[in-house]
Design a protein. Structure first.
Length: 200
């Protein structure tokens, strides 16, 4: 009996983690760490679905040799402009430099940035990399405090692969990491008061 859930998860888990659940939303949040191709896809999402704003999120790029490391949110901002997203529609929301809880810190930074501009969207969608989608939606919903207002768009880069995930080392690494991360967030809440976007 214990083997049945494991077999099911092995076969269906990647699809579950990578599910798109798009809502009719005014705001699109883009996780900057997904890279240049991700920004191009996010720009297309912004134009196609009629969002009013796009929030570029993310913390510093990990580089111990730089005094002033680059920031994913600012890099995403530049790429979105490059792909013809109007600058006045982009909100940059850089988050703190942390070793753990980066998605949570990004979510907090996004809601602070929206509050600073007095923007109270009826809903928002988070645009992120495939199997990270389920966890991102869960974290943003906790920070926002109303899961009915948070959707997600799971983007898969060209060449990411098809067929079973265990045939690709990259997909296997992502799947195992996101399985653990989603379970941890779902069951343990990372030990945070995640529903407090106004925390210091």
């Amino acid at each position: 009996m214990l083997a049945v859930p494991g077999v099911w998860w092995s076969l269906a888990g990647e699809s579950f983690l990578s599910s798109t659940e798009r809502l009719p939303a005014e705001v699109l949040v883009v996780e900057g760490w997904i890279g240049r191709d991700g920004m191009r896809a996010a720009a297309a999402e912004f134009k196609q679905w009629g969002y009013k704003y796009v929030v570029a999120s993310g913390g510093p790029v990990s580089n111990r040799w730089q005094e002033n490391p680059l920031n994913y949110a600012e890099m995403a901002d530049r790429e979105l402009i490059r792909w013809d997203v109007p600058k006045d529609r982009i909100i940059v929301a850089p988050s703190r430099d942390v070793d753990r809880g980066r998605t949570y810190e990004s979510a907090v930074a996004v809601f602070h940035a929206l509050q600073a501009k007095a923007i109270q969207p009826n809903a928002l969608n988070v645009f992120t990399h495939g199997p990270h989608a389920r966890r991102s939606r869960l974290v943003f919903a906790k920070v926002e405090g109303n899961g009915n207002k948070v959707g997600v768009v799971a983007w898969t880069p060209t060449g990411y692969g098809s067929g079973p995930w265990w045939r690709s080392s990259e997909r296997a690494k992502d799947f195992i990491s996101e399985t653990a991360g989603y379970a941890f967030e779902l069951l343990l809440n990372s030990g945070r008061l995640s529903n407090d976007p106004g925390r210091n």
